[in-house]
Every structure is written in structure tokens, then in C-alpha cells.
Write a protein that binds this ligand. Structure first.
Ligand code: NPW
Ligand code: K
Length: 476
């Protein structure tokens, strides 16, 4: 099998431009016919996998006022001709796609008032790229009764294509069938979209600014020692975390760093003795003056927010190596943003929502993509906004997304492990955006492997970092 390429996600406007560029060369309606035939194929495949057959099964379309409904109606006509009992609920009867409705009717499709009890699958053709806000009343009333799997056309209705904001109410789909290229919502709202299938309709979208690394990308970019490697070529990361009162953060952050690469970890801080007890391979120093050279710093987890912490942060950010600031470091930074704004070397900030609010002066809200881009641009630093879906934005607006796919990492100390992993990757020379996204992927996978169905603490997560890297490398 070939290398699955990095996944790219496009804004509605970029899709429209691509469609227009191709559409001009084609007869009217060709793109919609292609979309509909791909959609019908996906629905048929789903019927076959669930019920062993296509012929004789029952599908209901829910149709809105635009081309999204047109796609569904033309697909319904195709399915009808394959022996599926297809019915359609029109949520805006006067504005349903005229040609689609005519094709649907002439293939024997029935228009009904509500989803019949016999329906085995529902197709959501209410609204697509032009959708705004939650499902409107008529469609919301229909979907409130739906108890069978939903195949969404393009995007689940009520989910904003460009921001991934999941409005209430909105459709929750088992499968989303999209056309030509992925939409941003598919990366940001994975739970609402379910499995995403892309139908080739012969368009070429360009200039994606939201991307997701494949497992293979992460594995291939992961620093591994080669024949000419030394601990220095693999990167020396300095960890400034924890305190004698809270040594745990220093241990967990060091654990992430030690496990992530074969380079070297230095630790600076008052938890030095405890850290070295846990990891004899860590070279410790009580303060920055005795620390020795590093290729990247991680500063902040459990490190306090007092004047000494500020002074330490100021000195670290004044170096010319990449710096990751997390946790307490972010709280300090919220009062002194100039320390980052005026810095011209790679910088990665890794806030959770509360720390984001301290830094940005407002919570990320529902539109997390705009929020993280805004903060990265304002501070001139890469920002990793933690969550089940983690977003890593560069100041220029380029974003890498990671869908954890599980919530096992929602446990105390897990963030310290993440910053250790990402710091080690920075020390190995990865850019802040890729280091953040790759660390988030391995962290989520480690949480899943460690949990294996039962809750874990962060120490267990840290122990699973190596198995996680190994399992990514096994992906072919
Ligand atoms: N272009 C192409 O070449 C191809 C396009 N393709 C397909 O076209 C789709 C885009 O179609 P589109 O542009 O007709 O808009 P669409 O999303 O159907 O919305 C229609 C209207 O719905 C309304 N509305 C808004 N929000 C709403 C809500 N929350 N709940 C309910 N209603 C809501 C709003 O009208 P309003 O009522 O506000 O006047 C809006 O104008 C695209 O997603 C893909 O499926 C494919 O065939 C491939 C080729
Ligand atoms: K839809």
C-alpha cells in the first residue's frame, strides 16, 4: 500500500473556487451527478454491510432547499433503480431542488411527511456548504425522531463547514460522504461526522491551511537514532518543571521527554533529586546557571508563578533555542506577553482552555479554530490548544489537527507528559507545529494503549509512550 498522504481540509470558499474552475469545462449538473452517484454508492455499500443486500432495503432522504438536497435526491433516484424503497421528507417543500426532485419522482421515489418506521438508513441532505446555525425547526423535528444510522451529505446539517462548530440541534452522522476534498468540519467535528468518505468528482482544491498528519507521517518524522547519531544529534532537551512541593510535574515531564527520543534530558529545578531517583539518565542541576547546553527548553509545569518563576521564564525565552511554555509558565506569561511577542525563535505554547483564557482574555468558545489562530497571530508563537481534538496553529494561520479519538488522557499530569514529549521533538529539530501535532498523536495513542478500557494515571500514560511510537512505526 502506498503512503497515505497528509490529510488536507478546505474551507467552503476554496471548494467553490475548485468547483467553478472545473465546472466551467463541464455541462451543467455534471458535478452534481458525479456527487450523487458517489453518494448512492456509499449508501448502497452501507446497506450491504449492515443488511447483506441493497435490493429491498429502505432508505429515507431528508431534503432542504439547496444543492445539498439535490445531491441526495439524485442519489435517491439511483438507489430506487437498484431496488431500494426510497422516500423523501421535504423540509422546505417549495424550494427543494427541482431537477433532483423530478428525477427522484420519475424513478419511483415517494415524498412522505415523516421518516417511516421501516427506514433502515436516513440520508441527511438538509444543508451543506451554505449552512449556518443550528438545524431549523422543520428539519430538527424530523431528526428528533430518527433512531437509525444517518449518512450525511457533505457535512452533517447544523455543523458549520468552515469552523466545525456543532450547533444544537444538529445531525450526528455515522458516515459523511463528501465531494472532491475534505471540509474543515471533518477534522474539527469528528464525532458529528463519523467516518468520512471522499467521492472523487474531478475537482482539485488547493491551498489547504488545515491539515492532519497521517500515522505514517508521524512515524516517518519521528526522530530515531541512525548509524551516525549521538545523543546530541537526537537532541538535548532541558526541562524546567515541578518544585520540591510538587515534584510530580518534573517527574512526568521528564518521563515524556526520556521516552520520546534517544537524546538527552537535562532537568533544572528543586525536584532534581526526585527526578534522578526516577530517571538516572536525566542530568540534573539546581538552577539555570549550572544547566549546560540544550537544544530546546520546556518550561512551566508545576514550576510556580512567583517572581522567581518569572525571572526563569524571562531568561529561558531570551535564549535562541526553541522553547515550549506550559501550565504555570503560561499563567506567568499571561501577565507578560511581551516575553513571547518580542521573541524571534521557535516558541510553542500548550494551553488547555483555562490557560488559553488567561492568555487571550477570553475562552476559546465554540469556534476553536478561529480562537487558536487569533492567539497564535497575536503572540507571534505557535499555539497548541489541548482537547479531544487538539489544534496546533502557527502565527500565519497554518493549523495541524489531531483527533485523539479517546478521552483517557483527561487525567491529572497528562499534560506534563505531553510537554515533555513535544519538548524532546523540538530539541530534535522538528518545527513547533509538527512537534506539537506529532506529540499529541503519540500521547493520545499512548493513553489508549495504557488504558485498554480502564482509567489510567499519567504515569501509566508515560510508560506507554514507547509502545505508542512502536505501533505507529508498524503502520504500513
Ligand atoms: N457547487 C457545486 O458544483 C457542487 C455542490 N455540491 C453540493 O452543493 C452543496 C451546496 O449547495 P448550496 O450552495 O445550494 O447550499 P446548501 O448548503 O444546500 O444550502 C442551501 C440553503 O439552505 C438554507 N440553510 C442555511 N442554513 C440552514 C440550516 N441550518 N438549516 C436549514 N436550512 C439552512 C440556506 O437558504 P436560506 O433558507 O437561508 O435562504 C441555504 O442557502 C454542497 O454542500 C454539496 O452537497 C455537490 O453537488 C458537488 C458540486
Ligand atoms: K447535509
Amino acid at each position: 500500500m502506498g503512503h497515505p498522504p497528509i490529510k488536507r481540509y478546505f474551507a467552503a470558499e476554496q471548494i467553490r473556487v475548485a468547483e467553478e474552475a472545473t465546472g466551467r469545462l463541464l455541462a451543467d449538473g455534471v458535478l452534481m451527478r458525479r456527487a450523487a452517484s458517489g453518494l448512492a454508492g456509499a449508501v448502497a455499500a452501507e446497506l450491504r454491510s449492515r443488511h447483506g443486500a441493497v435490493y429491498g432495503r429502505a432508505v429515507t432522504l431528508v431534503i432542504g432547499s439547496g444543492d445539498n438536497g439535490g445531491d441526495a435526491l439524485f442519489a435517491g433516484a439511483v438507489l430506487r433503480r437498484r431496488g431500494v424503497a426510497v422516500s423523501a421528507v421535504l423540509t422546505a417543500p417549495d424550494r427543494a431542488h427541482a431537477a433532483g426532485l423530478a428525477a427522484f419522482r420519475s424513478a419511483g421515489g415517494r415524498v412522505v411527511d415523516g421518516v417511516p418506521d421501516t427506514a433502515e438508513l436516513v440520508v441527511d441532505g438538509v444543508v451543506g456548504l451554505r449552512g449556518t446555525g443550528p438545524l431549523r425547526e422543520a428539519a430538527a423535528a424530523v431528526f428528533a425522531q430518527v433512531r437509525v444510522p444517518v449518512v450525511a451529505v457533505d457535512v452533517p446539517s447544523g455543523v458549520d463547514a468552515d469552523t466545525g462548530v456543532v450547533h444544537d440541534p444538529s445531525v450526528r452522522a455515522e458516515i459523511t460522504v463528501t465531494f472532491g476534498a475534505r471540509r474543515i468540519a471533518h477534522a474539527l467535528a469528528p464525532a458529528a461526522c463519523g467516518r468520512v468518505e471522499v467521492v472523487d468528482i474531478g475537482i482539485d482544491a488547493d491551498g489547504a491551511r488545515v491539515e492532519m498528519l497521517s500515522d505514517r507521517d508521524v512515524a516517518e518524522g519521528w526522530p530515531l537514532p541512525g548509524p551516525a547519531s549521538t545523543k546530541y544529534t537526537q537532541g538535548v532537551v532541558g526541562v524546567i518543571a515541578g518544585s520540591d512541593r510538587y515534584p510530580g510535574a518534573g517527574i512526568l515531564c521528564s518521563a515524556g521527554a526520556v521516552a520520546a527520543t534517544s537524546g538527552m534530558v537535562r532537568y533544572v529545578g528543586s525536584a532534581a533529586a526526585t527526578v534522578v531517583d526516577h530517571f538516572p539518565e536525566v542530568v540534573v542541576a539546581p538552577d539555570l546557571d549550572g544547566a549546560g547546553r540544550v537544544q530546546a527548553w520546556v518550561v512551566g509545569p508545576g514550576a510556580g508563578t512567583d517572581d522567581a518563576a518569572l525571572e526563569l521564564l524571562r531568561r529561558v525565552l531570551a535564549t535562541d533555542v526553541p522553547v515550549l511554555v506550559d501550565a504555570d509558565g503560561l499563567t506567568v506569561l499571561a501577565h507578560h506577553p511581551e516575553l513571547v511577542v518580542e521573541r524571534h525563535h521557535p516558541t510553542l505554547l500548550t494551553p488547555h482552555d483555562g490557560e488559553f483564557e488567561r492568555l487571550a482574555g477570553r475562552s476559546p468558545g465554540h469556534d476553536r479554530l478561529s480562537a487558536v489562530r487569533g492567539l497564535a497571530s497575536a503572540l507571534g508563537a505557535t499555539v497548541l490548544l489541548k482537547g479531544k481534538v487538539t489544534l496546533v496553529a502557527d502565527p500565519g494561520g497554518e493549523v495541524l489537527v489531531n483527533d485523539a479519538g479517546n478521552s483517557w488522557a483527561a487525567t491529572a499530569g497528562a499534560g506534563d507528559v505531553l510537554s515533555g514529549i513535544a519538548g524532546a521533538l523540538l530539541a530534535a529539530g522538528l518545527s513547533p507545529r509538527v512537534a506539537g501535532a506529532a506529540a499529541a498523536r503519540v500521547h493520545a495513542l499512548a493513553a489508549d494503549l495504557a488504558a485498554d478500557g480502564a482509567p489510567i494515571g499519567a504515569s501509566e500514560l508515560a510508560r506507554a509512550v514507547r509502545p505508542a511510537v512502536r505501533s505507529l512505526r508498524a503502520v504500513r
